[in-house]
Structures are given as C-alpha cells and as structure tokens.
Write a protein that binds this ligand. Structure first.
Ligand code: PMP
Length: 292
C-alpha cells in the first residue's frame, strides 16, 4: 500500500482514497488547469511564479479557484511536509469539478483541487551529459488565437500527439512548430539555440507556454553576460545552430545534439549550454520558498 498522502478538496488522504468523480469535467473534457513544481533542497522553486501562473490560467478559462493564493501555497507546502519531500516534483491541479454529461461548465458547482507530491523522470540520465536526439513533429502547436498555449490546461492532447510521434521515431522528445511553421516549443519544454555566442528562444506570443525555467535561464544567462534574444526562428536556424537545449520544470535543462537527423554543433553538449545548466543547478539548489 502506498504511503503517499494526497491533498484533495480540503483533506489530506492516502493515495488509495484520493478519488474524484467520473463526472468531473477535468476527466470528461480536460476542463481545468495545473502546475508542475520542483522542490530542491527542501525549498519550493519559484513558488510564487507557479501559483500566479495557475491563477492566471484559471482566470483565462473563467474557473474560480475555491481558495486564496495563500491557502493554495499552504496546500502545496503542507503536501510536501506530509510526504517529507526534500527533492521532488509536485503537481497542483484544479478541475472544473463535478458536473453533468454536457460540456457546459455551469453544471459544475465547485472546482476540485488536488495536490500530489512525488518525483518525475522525463529523459534518460545519460542524455543530460551526452545530449538528446529529437525530431520535429508533424503535429503543430495549438494556435495562440484558439487555445493559447500560455494556459497550462488539463487538455494536453496537442502535446501528447507530438509525443506519440517522438515515441514512434524512437526519440524522447518532439519539437513543435507553430501554425506558421516557426519553431515553438517541445511537448513539455521550451527550446533555446545558441549561435555565435548569442542565445535565442522563441517569444511567448508565437504560441508557447511562458516557462518558468525558461525565464530563470534567460535571467541567469544575462547575469553571465550573454546576449539573449527572444525572437522567431525556423528549423534551418536550429539545424545550423552551434548548440541547442531544452528547459522545463520536469526536464530542468537538457542539451539537444541531434534534430531530425542533423547533428547540432559538434554533436556534444556545447560550452554555453554546459555553463547554463551548471548555473541553473546552482541557482535551483539555493533559492526557493522554505518548506520546513
Ligand atoms: N512548454 C510546455 C508545453 C510545458 O508543458 C512545460 C512544462 N510545464 C514547459 C514548456 C516548461 O515550463 P516550465 O519551465 O514552467 O515548467
């Protein structure tokens, strides 16, 4: 029996007891929002940023979260405490709640909130050193004028379809282009390239998640004296880049050394990537909101 304690709608319960209704619109329609959050060294990394993103996503879909940001933060911290998390990954989820079979959210009277504290491994360990091969998915990233990728919603089908393409190609991750064919992001990570010592990453408006790891890496890179440009680029720029890497809460930061069969740079994690990965690790291990 699992020892894990889950927060669910006001109670801390054992995993076996953490059940939600089959009529929850999060299940029936992917109607809800979530956050994936890291804990490093007994501290919640970028706690406020994650809570703010969750509430902004909820606001965008007109989902009323039945607690304040302070209460939500306490749920997050207390779930970590009850599971004695020192280093881990936490999932905060808010669903539209239990409704009827129609898609209309008015049948859902109160949102459901749950929090799972655990761990996550996205990519094989050795790829953090050697680099990872990825492919470009045929599947395009959701258009920002339809369902804005800035909304971290429970509807991840767009990304899942791209992930299936990666699985079928035998690589761990897929790069997604936006509707115009411009490089957007991967299924669960933001993308960066390095060319002539300048760091490039796609701007938010082209239709990507406003990644918290992305923003941290941009800040760290600037502090280290690099020029960082948030600008549009194409696959050609990725193929001909000196370096490429991905960032995300679950992935942290990982070098990419092959894209669609093109070797990136010299096929190894490059110097800028390596420096930034180290800077990120050092920063993550020493910053965050104390849990204990
Ligand atoms: N893009 C997508 C589609 C994601 O799901 C994630 C993971 N949350 C990211 C980018 C990276 O964002 P963050 O650094 O905030 O985890």
């Amino acid at each position: 029996m699992s020892q894990r304690i889950i927060y669910l709608d006001g109670n801390y319960v054992r995993e076996e007891e953490a059940k939600i209704s089959v009529f929850d619109h999060g299940v029936l329609y992917g109607d809800g929002v979530f956050e994936g959050i890291r804990v490093y060294n007994g501290r919640v990394f970028k706690c406020e940023e994650h809570i703010n993103r969750l509430y902004n996503a909820a606001k965008a879909i007109m989902l009323e979260i039945p607690m304040s940001k302070e209460e939500m933060t306490e749920v997050l911290l207390e779930t970590c405490r009850r599971n004695q998390i020192k280093d881990g990954y936490v999932r905060l989820v808010v669903t539209r709640g239990k409704g009827d079979l129609g898609l209309n959210p008015v049948s859902c009277k109160v949102a459901s909130v749950f929090c799972i504290a655990g761990s996550i491994t996205l990519y094989p360990d050795e790829m953090y050193i050697k680099g990872m091969p990825i492919i470009t998915a045929v599947q395009r990233r959701n258009k920002a004028t339809i369902v804005d990728p800035q909304i971290k919603s429970l509807n991840y089908l767009n990304n899942i379809l791209a992930k299936i393409e990666a699985n079928r190609a035998g690589v761990p991750e897929a790069l997604m282009l936006n509707h115009d064919g411009v490089v957007a992001e991967c299924t669960g990570d933001n993308i960066f390239i390095v060319k002539d010592n300048v760091i490039y990453t796609p701007p938010i408006y082209i239709g990507i998640l406003d990644g918290i790891t992305r923003n941290t890496v941009i800040e760290l890179a600037k502090e280290l004296g690099y020029e960082v440009k948030e600008s549009e680029f194409t696959l050609f720029n990725v193929y001909s880049a000196d370096e490429c890497f991905l960032t995300g809460t679950a992935a942290e930061a990982i070098p990419v050394t092959n894209v669609d069969g093109r070797i990136i740079g010299n096929g190894e994690a490059g110097p800028v990537t390596t420096r930034l990965l180290e800077a990120f690790k050092a920063y993550a291990n020493n910053n965050g909101r104390d849990i204990y």
